[in-house]
Design a protein around this ligand. Sequence first.
Ligand code: FA5
Length: 333
Amino acid sequence: MDFDVLRRNVLEAIKKTQDVKGLEQIRIKYLGRQDGELIKILRSLKDLSVEEKRKLGPAANFLRNELEAAFINKLENLKLKIRNSQSNLDVTLPGKKVPVGHLHPLTLMENRIREIFQSLSFSVVEGPEVESDYYNFDALNIPANHPARDMWDTFWLRQKVQSSKFKVQSLLLRTHTSPVQIRYMEKHQPPFQIIVPGRVFRYEATDATHEINFHQIEGLMVGEDVSLANFKYIIEEFLKQLFGKNIHFRFRPSYFPFTEPSLEVDIQLGGKWLEVMGAGMVHPKVFDAVKYNSKEVRGFAFGLGLERLAMIKYKIDDIRLFYSGDLRFIKQF
Ligand code: FA5
């Protein structure tokens, strides 16, 4: 058969067919590997003379490529038509909801606490998570070998630092936000009132109310006439704004080396008292460490547990849920 005739026939057939099945039949008829018309021609080439082969061989290959491309092209067109005919676009249907991310309950809680204290004229200050033992302990009246160091199980770092102010300092992951009190007082003069939100770390066994990695918000108010009565007023105001007027809480005497007197605040959760905050009047030795005149200034300090307050607010009975990464938990907030 003449190449031109074959070419015309095939292209004509491709053009006419309107479905994938028919197209496939045409492909098998002309380009099929077993008995396709073109294959038959290619096979018959072997009986020709070398000269004829040279002439017809490339022409036959060229034709095969051209026809194959025409088939593929037609197939794509047919598929597109099918897809278009199937998409019954109904513009009156409601749109698909785009999933929007949201804040972690601890972030929500921290934002709310910042808001309340800012409304009470407190400024927000931050400090480093890797601390030296001077700021985490010594300056807070907890010297090396003092038994009170056992109150905070510590993650120590191997690395040490040397500075002009101190000889060699051991480094640790801060066990509370209280070291930022010292850092702030070294650089500022009273009166002031600050809060310090931040992440803290303790090398202790975890359970429903204890994590090794959690958050505290430190508070510090220093001035000439600051008293424990001021502390009680601020904390009552804070707790009422956070939880509402009917919140049950209690102040309980306690001990911290950097406050005197010291106390703790508990809130009821599921019939039990949950400790949410340590506090007290700043110890004169702490003022000495930052070179304040401890006879002239007074202040109160507190450190509250962010997770514990979020547990009460959102009625969560296990602290470990905050860090579980479980979306079923997170999506509820
Ligand atoms: C302190 O860390 C003191 N720095 C608080 C303080 C500041 C006292 C200023 C006086 C003046 P304490 O170890 O009790 O204290 O921790 C304070 C709060 O952090 C606790 O009341 C509790 O709410 C929370 N907390 C303590 N340990 C954990 C833990 N493992 N997991 C979760 N929350 C904890």
